[in-house]
Design a protein around this ligand. Structure first.
Ligand code: FMN
Length: 153
């Protein structure tokens, strides 16, 4: 997953996806998302958990779509949903689209399949790996703001 945006003050993390994907369907049933990050250089693992909102036609999605590179936008030009069965290895794009730029109407169709998922962080956990012993902490967003506690790793 590519992290597409992070709003520190609002505690929001964003990713882009195809509105036809399995994950969007799953979010319809249970709008919860967990992220896992690991930075090997600082040996820091961060896990977040929170509620998710799928944004499609709203301005947030339209603006994000306009800011995408052509390469990223092409991902949404396939007629079938991601995860559909295929008879042979496929890019998901119609073969003739693999060697030309989509037309305006093809871009418009692709834009309709595009979604931004905004995840509001409610629980954040860090694990700091260290030779002398790891340390772990959990933060929860309560009515009075973030509250943290140490955990045994
Ligand atoms: C480097 C990389 C980046 C990816 N970025 C995204 C992304 O930003 N959005 C997304 O929906 N899937 C992304 N994927 C694919 C997902 O990891 C996932 O495997 C795929 O979307 C299948 O999910 P589904 O069950 O919802 O169809 C990425 C995969 C890789 C390898």
């Amino acid at each position: 997953m590519v992290l597409r945006g992070a709003d520190r003050a609002a505690g929001v993390l964003k990713f882009h996806t195809d509105a036809r994907s399995g994950k969007v369907e799953q979010l319809g049933t249970q709008p919860r998302v967990a992220w896992l990050f690991y930075d090997p250089e600082s040996k820091l693992q961060v896990r977040t958990e929170g509620s998710a909102r799928v944004i499609r036609e709203a301005q947030g999605a339209t603006l994000a779509w306009q800011g995408l590179s052509e390469l990223s936008k092409r991902t949404y030009c396939g007629p079938q949903a991601p995860g559909s069965m295929a008879e042979a290895p496929t890019s998901g794009l119609p073969v003739e689209l693999e060697s030309r730029t989509p037309t305006e109407s093809e871009w418009a169709e692709a834009a309709c399949r595009f979604a931004v998922v905004e995840c509001r962080t409610e629980v954040l956990e860090i694990l700091q790996l260290s030779f002398s012993g790891h340390t772990r902490a959990r933060f929860r967003l309560g009515p009075a703001g973030w509250e943290g506690e140490w955990l045994v790793p």
